[in-house]
Design a protein around this ligand. Structure first.
Ligand SMILES: [Zn+2]
Length: 97
């Protein structure tokens, strides 16, 4: 005696089939889980990295020295800017002003 599964889509009762005999809907819980995992994996792989990272990575690996220099300058400016910003944040948080 096998397990009977009712198709959630069309309501047809199936034997131990992986797919509904009537409409082809996936019925095996194990197969459904595998399918879900495959979809998740696909989404993980297709999710693009942040645009700025890609943009800067292009510059970093660029054949043009100018872009490589620009990349370093931008990085340095960003670093200094963050340093200044945190310095002001420190001043603002200081009770002595
Ligand atoms: Zn069905």
């Amino acid at each position: 005696m096998g397990v009977e599964r009712k198709c959630p889509k069309c309501g047809t009762w199936n034997q131990e089939n992986d797919n509904c005999v009537s409409c082809g809907e996936l019925l095996s819980p194990q197969k459904i889980e595998e399918e879900r995992e495959a979809v998740r994996e696909k989404i993980r792989q297709s999710t693009p990295p942040p645009a700025l990272d890609v943009f800067l990575a292009k510059w970093k690996n660029s054949r043009f020295w100018l872009l490589r220099v620009l990349y370093k300058i931008i990085r340095t400016i960003a670093f200094i800017f963050l340093g200044i910003a945190s310095f002001f944040a420190y001043l603002a948080a200081s009770p002595n002003g």
